[in-house]
Structure formats: C-alpha cells, structure tokens
Ligand binder design. Structure first.
Ligand code: ZN
Length: 288
C-alpha cells in the first residue's frame, strides 16, 4: 500500500511515500516559497506516486476543527503568503484520496507513539526545541486537540534569579520559547548553541527552563513519558542536567513507577529524525 506523507514546514516541504509499516520508500524536499510556487510540485509528486491516502502535518497555527468552515487552513502564521491558506482544500481539489491533517508537532508525537520511543503508551508528550518550541500530546490514546491545539511552547515560566535576559518571544518575552529556543540562546550568549557546547553555565540555565516546563507538563497532562527532540536537544549533555533540575523542582511531589527512573521518563526522540514524516504516514493510516 502506498501512503503519502507531507510534512509542511515553514522553510521546506518534505513529501514522502511510505507503507503501512511506516517505512519510507521515497522522499523529496521542496523549499517553502509561496503557495503558487510550491503547491504544484507537491501535487505533482503525489499524483505520480499513485498514493492511496495522504497525511499532512503542517506548521501553524492551523484549524483542526472538522466542523469549522476553515478546517484544514493555515491561519494566523507570520508567513504572510500562507496566512489563511486552505492547504487541505487545495490538496483535496487535486488528489482524491482520504487525508489526515494535524500540526507538524502532533504528527511527530503520533510517529513516536506508533513506531518510536512512546510506542505502546496511551499518554505521552513530545517537545521539539529548535528555532521555536512545539509540543504534541497523546492523551487517552489520541492526539490532544481542544479549542485549537496545544501551544505549549509558549507557557510562561519563572525567571531564574540571576537572569536578566528580556526574552525572545514577540508575544510573551519570557515564555519557554522566548527563553530557551535556539534564537534565545544565540541572542542571550551572542553565539549559536553549537558554538557554546562546552560552556556548562549555558546548559545549566537552559536545563532549568526546560525542566520547569516539563514539571508543568507532568502536572497538567500526566504523560507516561516525555520525549525531547529538535536542534537544541542535539546537545546531549542537556538530558542529564534536565533530569537533575526536574527532580529538584518536582521535589518528590509525584512519585510513580514511570518517574522512578528519570532516564526512562525523560528521553530523546527516536526514529532518526523521521518522526514527523512517519507521523504523517500514521495520520494517513488513521483515515483509511
Ligand atoms: Zn511566547
């Protein structure tokens, strides 16, 4: 069975064909220009591939409410050419197959729970920390939506006592994304994360903010596992520091079998960076 997967990102569109086991058989990447420039290539690729279903994980915000007139639209994105764009509708006009649609980070969460490091769990959370912070949640065995979809990269955090950085988020200043995403690291320290790899102070502060967010996620969502991915998390020393800070901040308030061993509770992403595109395959399979 040929399943189409479209990971629609703000800088590139990854199109792939896979099968029901999540195996990727073919993959291309197109630059995200304007819809007029980018969409024909995507549609042409899936036409030629002869797919039987399509899963789309998109940058957002997106409208995921199937009862809404703007279901399947990218809504208030700062990328003006894509603002209020009917992404799913335009695909449906050309490709007559069942289509699943969700956010890119929810797709990644679905990939991890179907084939990756959250396999077999019915509640889990996936956090990607890179140029921004995105969060996808599985709760009671399904992706969590709600009024819109979780935007838990923007939760508000308490500032570390000696930290005077104003924060990078244009909306909140010192939300998680404003304090801990790649651009915040770069602005605060004057160098990109990659060039700061050996400086302990950088990663201790980073871990303090990420751990604070994870404690909040545990308290609200009660996930059985926390998965951390994205460019910033390639600094592997962060995992140890985050687990230490998490333990300190949680202060034994929650003690469960899952959190007994934090090495197994707070884990890196699996699937070699393919959780997004594999998650899109899973989104398509849900529609069949
Ligand atoms: Zn924010």
């Amino acid at each position: 069975m040929k399943i189409g997967a479209l990971e629609a990102g703000g800088t590139k569109m990854v199109c792939a064909v896979g099968n029901e086991k999540g195996e990727i058989l073919d993959q291309i990447s197109l630059s995200t220009l304007t819809p007029k420039e980018t969409m024909p290539g995507i549609i042409d690729y899936f036409h030629k591939a002869g797919i039987e279903a399509l899963g789309v994980g998109s940058f957002g915000p997106v409208d995921l409410n199937k009862k809404s007139d703007t279901y399947g639209y990218i809504t208030s994105t700062p990328k003006l050419a894509w603002r209020n764009y009917n992404l799913l509708g335009e695909l449906k006009k050309e490709l007559f197959v069942p289509m699943g649609f969700d956010t890119d980070v929810n797709a990644s969460m679905l990939g991890e729970v179907t084939w990756g490091n959250a396999r077999g769990l019915d509640s889990a959370i996936y956090i990607t920390i890179g140029t921004g912070v995105g969060v996808g949640i599985i709760s009671n065995g399904a992706l969590l939506h709600g009024m819109l979809h979780p935007e838990a990269g923007h939760i508000l955090l308490a500032r570390e006592a000696h930290d005077s950085y104003k924060g990078k988020c244009p909306y909140h200043g010192t939300c998680l994304e404003g304090l801990a995403a790649g651009p915040a690291i770069e602005e605060r320290w004057g160098k990109s994360g990659k060039d700061l790899a050996g400086i302990q102070q950088v990663w201790e502060l980073e871990a303090f903010y990420i751990a604070q967010a994870l404690v909040n996620y545990t308290l609200i969502v009660s996930p059985q596992r926390i998965i951390l991915g994205g460019g910033v998390m390639k600094q592997e020393q962060l995992f140890l520091l985050i687990r230490q800070k998490y333990k300190e901040l949680m202060n034994s308030y929650i003690v469960t079998r899952e959190t007994e061993n934090l090495d197994e509770y707070i884990v890196p992403a699996g699937l070699d960076g393919n959780q997004g595109i594999m998650g899109c395959i899973a989104l398509a399979l849900q529609e069949i």
